[in-house]
Every structure is written in structure tokens, then in C-alpha cells.
Design a protein. Structure first.
Lengths: 278, 303
């Protein structure tokens, strides 16, 4: 677009500047956290916005703390399990929705929407009691199942839109070559989905990594705590090591934020289904 | 190959493979039945029963739990606080989300816009726990930059909005709006991008102002999107738990307590599962009513 008039150029510049400014202001709380992570624990926060003696000590302290490290590994274990669980169950269901017409399809889609809107606290309450009866309280089983359930609708919607984009003729060719349905999906469809499949799993991972309610409801043992419950135990006490808390928060969130930036464009269609259309 | 045969093959195949679909859907359905449908009935059952500490017996009490709860001034206050939190959070999400989406939809450099859009979504991908750390950092006087700003202007005023029963819930609402508005921006933006740009061009030629085009072309186009998103959001925020529980635990003096934290406290802390289930049923009924409206609107949109 060629805009010769200077007034238009001015407006254009103003628009670009405005958009950048809005984004920057919106991210200020995160920027404040990122800066504060490098602050020396002995330096009071109100002395200056930028730390006087930037230090990496806070991260070192966190990473040398065995309990914190273990909670990171625990979160990694649970979130990976949920991602795999959701990808398996979700891709089967998504394939079914994408390739077949069957009685009850419509009501099942509505059911998925209902699950998406189901209050987590009720699920936690009911599962807590069932977990007690089945003797799986304080294990990761109810945690993985509850997270798996709540992330399932998104997984199904996102994968379904990807299956829809792959012509069934490609699978038919594989069947003619003697492939089974599942074999065809594994050999022909999945390779075509590539990064989208990984992104869907990564998003289920991210949601589980961030999850707090189920983690605090189903786990009691100190050595089984996840990163969210480990951090939460230190929040709200006013005599705590703030810089250490911030450093832990940064280590728990920054890697995932980078992953999130990379996968964003692959998850929009699944999110839009949940919120906008069926 | 002519058009009629290519169209006929897939349809026929679908009919032949009719029952195969259920094998694919089955694991998901079993999971949903076990983990959502059964617990719902379990909660209904619990809400109709009562446990007597004196006789240590569980007995059927019908709707007595509901009558007790709805007659308690504290519960009614918490109910009202939930509605306020949900209403104002949703209002903030949609209004600010619309403004942001319009800004992102403006005719600007593509690369800048997509970079800004990606960055501004970051708060939404944060764990509520990390947001709780941020909240603490921004509202606890010794760490808050607001304190720094106040001191710079020579004011000795104390800025501790989470410590006051007048401002705690509003602060949490504001932080919720900050965290989740970008998601609504993304959804509204998706709605805006389905619009036909020629319509705007035609209106421009006819001399319509920017505001008139927004009022008479853009808004009517995304009306149903905004409506669905609002209802969807009302359901989610009505059941909101994490940030409130981690930062204030519903305090001070339960001024930021909402239904979800009330239920959690009644169940997991007080171990009064019947009261928790009763409050849970009230929350569920509230959500179901809103969700039913969402489903009806979506079904209507399909036709």
C-alpha cells in the first residue's frame, strides 16, 4: 500500500507505535518479574526499578534445592503422561468425529463442550472421594485422569480440524496396499500432521504443568509435590524469600512461554472450536 | 471419473463402516462417563444427605441442606461476590478483548501485528501460580512498584489492595481481566477476520465514518461471536478458583470468597462434604443454566 500523503504516514507511524506500546504495557507485570529475578536478595525492592547488582544467585539457589528440583521432575512426569494420554484418546476420538457419520455424534460433541465447561472444583471433590475408596489418593493416577479429562475437549477439537484437512483418499491408498485403519493413521496421517500433532500434545503438557487445583487436592506427600503446589506453599507468607520465589516462578514459566510462542499458530483452531463454533 | 461417482464413494463407505466409529470414540466416552458423569451423580447424592456427628450416621435429608445454605447470610454474600467477580471479569474480557482485537485488525505492518499478538497472549499461558507471584510482587508494599511511584511523588500512602476487604475482590478481578483478556482478543480477532473487506470499502465509498462502519458493519458481524464468548466466559469465571485461593484464600474476612473457594474450604479443609456438595450443586446449576444457553445459541448458529 503506497501512502504518499505525509499526514497518512504520520497516522501510520502513530498506529504502529500505539500497538507496540499497548503490548509493552500489557506485559509490564511479566517484565517486572523478569527484572526482579536478577535482584540480590539483600537489596530492597523500592531502591530502584533495575537491580543495582544483577546476580544469578537466585537461580543457583533454586537449582541447588533438592525439593524444588524434585517438584520440577514430578511436574514433568505428570504433564508428559497427560500429554501422551490425551494424544492417544484424543486422536482416536478426533479421527472418529472427522471420518464417520454416526448416531449420537451431535450429542457427543455437546458432551465435550459440557466437559470443557465443567467446574474443576466439583471434579476435584468427587474424584477425591473416589480416589480414597480406590486407594489411589496421594498417587498421580487421579491427577493424570482429571487433567486428561479436562484437556480432552481441546485435544479432540484441535486434532479433528487437522484430520479434516487430510484427504481420506490418501488413507484409501494405504488400505489398498494392505494397511489396516490404525496402520494407515500411523503411517500416512500422523506424518502429515507433523508439528500440529506435537503442538497439540505440547499444549496439553503446558496446561497440566500450570494446573494447581488437582495437584493440591490429590497429593499430600512432600516428595510428590508438583511445581505449582511447591510454589503455592511459599506464597502468601509475608516473611519469605521473594527473590527465590520469583526465580522459581521464572524457571517454571519461561521455558514454557517460549514453547507457547512456537506452538501458538497450531492451536488456534482447537481453541476457536471450544469457544466459538462446534 | 465424473462428479457423481466421486461423490458417491465416500458416502457409501461411511455407511458401510458405520459401527467402526464407536471403537474410535469409545475410550473418550468411557473416560467422560467415569470421571464426569459418575461424579456428578455422586455430588447430587451427597448434597441430599447429611452426616450427624452425634450419631455418626448418614441420613437422607432431602433439600434441607439447600434450605440451610440459601438461608445463611454468609453464603448469600459469597454468592453475590461470585456473581460480581464473574460479571465484571467477563465484561472486562469482552470489552478490552474487543478493543485489542480491533487494534490488531488494523491495517498495519503484518509482522509487527503478529509479533504483538503472540507476545500479548503470554499472560494467558502463565500458570495461576506464577500469576499469584506477580500479584504478590505488585500488591505487597515492600515489592510493589506502585509504592515506589507513590514515594517518588512524596506520598506516604500505603498501597496494599489485597489486604483490604474493600478492594481485594476488585484487585483479583483486575488481575483476572489482565490474564485472560488476550485469549478473548484472539477469539474476537478470529471472528473479525471472517469479515468481507469489500463491505467496508463499499461503505467507505458511500461516505460512512469509521465509527459508523464499526457500529453498523463490524459489530453486527461479530454479534453472535461476542454473545457466545460472553456466556462461555460467565460459566468459566463463575467457577474460578486458582488465583483467588492462592493469593487471598478468600480473605480478608471472606471478602474475596467465591463459590469455588467456599466449596473447596467446606470440603477439603472443614471436611463437611455434604455442605460442599450442596454449594457445589448450586454452582453446577448456575453453570448448567449458562451453558445450556450457549448450546442453544450454537445450535441455532448451525442452522
Amino acid at each position: 500500500m503506497n501512502r504518499a500523503k505525509p499526514i497518512h504516514r504520520m497516522l501510520d507511524l502513530f498506529g504502529h507505535f500505539g500497538l507496540g506500546l499497548i503490548t509493552l504495557v500489557w506485559l509490564l507485570p511479566i517484565i517486572w518479574m523478569l527484572i526482579s529475578g536478577f535482584r540480590d536478595p539483600s537489596e530492597p525492592f523500592y531502591v530502584g526499578i533495575i537491580p543495582r547488582n544483577p546476580t544469578l544467585n537466585n537461580f543457583q539457589t533454586v537449582l541447588s534445592d533438592r525439593a524444588t528440583l524434585r517438584s520440577f521432575l514430578n511436574s514433568l512426569e505428570v504433564a508428559s503422561a497427560v500429554a501422551v494420554f490425551d494424544l492417544i484418546i484424543g486422536s482416536l476420538a478426533a479421527y472418529g468425529f472427522s471420518r464417520f457419520r454416526f448416531a449420537g455424534k451431535r450429542s457427543l460433541q455437546v458432551l465435550l463442550l459440557v466437559i470443557r465447561l465443567f467446574p474443576g472444583v466439583l471434579l476435584a471433590m468427587a474424584l477425591f472421594r473416589i480416589a480414597g475408596v480406590l486407594n489411589v489418593y496421594d498417587t498421580y493416577v487421579p491427577l493424570i485422569l482429571a487433567n486428561g479429562l479436562l484437556n480432552l475437549p481441546f485435544t479432540v477439537w484441535n486434532l479433528r480440524s487437522m484430520f479434516d484437512a487430510i484427504p481420506v483418499e490418501l488413507e484409501q491408498a494405504a488400505w489398498i496396499d494392505g494397511s489396516t485403519r490404525l496402520g494407515g493413521i500411523a503411517r500416512v496421517v500422523f506424518p502429515l500432521m507433523g508439528p500440529g500433532l506435537a503442538a497439540t500434545g505440547a499444549f496439553a503438557f503446558l496446561l497440566t504443568w500450570n494446573e494447581y487445583l488437582f495437584a493440591v487436592s490429590f497429593i499430600r506427600s512432600p516428595e510428590k509435590q508438583l511445581i505449582t503446589t511447591a510454589i503455592a506453599a511459599n506464597i502468601g507468607q509475608y516473611n519469605i524469600d521473594f527473590t527465590g520465589l520469583i526465580a522459581t516462578g521464572m524457571l517454571a514459566s519461561v521455558p514454557l512461554l517460549i514453547v507457547f510462542l512456537l506452538i501458538q499458530r497450531y492451536i488456534v483452531s482447537g481453541l476457536a472450536v471450544g469457544a466459538l463454533k462446534q | 471419473m465424473n462428479a457423481t461417482t466421486t461423490a458417491a464413494i465416500p458416502r457409501k463407505r461411511k455407511r458401510v463402516r458405520f459401527s467402526l466409529a464407536y471403537w474410535f470414540i469409545a475410550p473418550a466416552v468411557i473416560l467422560i462417563m467415569l470421571l464426569a458423569v459418575y461424579p456428578t451423580f455422586r455430588v447430587i447424592y451427597l448434597s441430599l444427605m447429611d452426616y450427624s456427628r452425634r450419631t455418626q450416621e448418614v441420613s437422607f435429608v432431602g433439600l434441607q441442606n439447600f434450605i440451610d445454605l440459601l438461608g445463611a447470610p454468609l453464603f448469600l454474600r459469597i454468592f453475590k461476590q461470585t456473581i460480581m467477580f464473574s460479571l465484571f471479569s467477563s465484561l472486562g474480557h469482552i470489552l478490552l478483548g474487543l478493543l485489542l482485537a480491533l487494534a490488531m485488525n488494523a491495517d498495519l505492518n503484518r509482522k509487527l501485528v503478529s509479533a504483538c499478538r503472540a507476545m500479548i497472549l503470554l499472560p494467558w499461558a502463565l500458570s495461576p501460580i506464577v500469576v499469584a507471584i506477580l500479584t504478590q510482587l505488585l500488591t505487597y508494599p515492600p515489592t510493589s512498584p506502585v509504592t515506589k511511584i507513590l514515594r517518588a511523588f512524596g506520598s506516604m500512602a500505603e498501597f496494599a489492595p489485597l489486604a483490604s476487604s474493600k478492594t481485594a475482590l476488585w484487585t483479583l478481578t483486575a488481575i483476572n481481566v489482565w490474564q485472560f483478556t488476550p485469549f478473548f482478543m484472539l477469539m474476537i480477532l478470529a471472528g473479525l477476520q471472517t469479515m468481507d473487506p469489500e463491505q467496508h470499502e463499499a461503505a467507505k465509498v458511500d461516505g460512512a465514518s469509521g465509527f459508523q462502519r464499526l457500529r453498523f458493519i463490524t459489530l453486527p458481524h461479530i454479534r453472535s461471536v461476542l454473545l457466545t464468548l460472553s456466556l462461555f466466559d460467565l460459566v468459566t469465571t463463575t467457577a474460578y478458583f486458582d488465583l483467588i485461593w492462592v493469593t487471598t484464600q478468600g480473605g480478608p474476612v471472606r471478602s474475596s470468597e467465591v463459590l469455588a473457594t467456599y466449596i473447596y474450604r467446606a470440603g477439603f479443609l472443614t471436611l463437611d462434604w455434604n455442605r460442599a456438595a450442596t454449594a457445589g450443586m448450586i454452582l453446577l446449576l448456575l453453570c448448567i443454566t449458562l451453558a445450556a444457553i450457549v448450546v442453544v445459541i450454537m445450535e441455532r448458529g448451525q442452522e
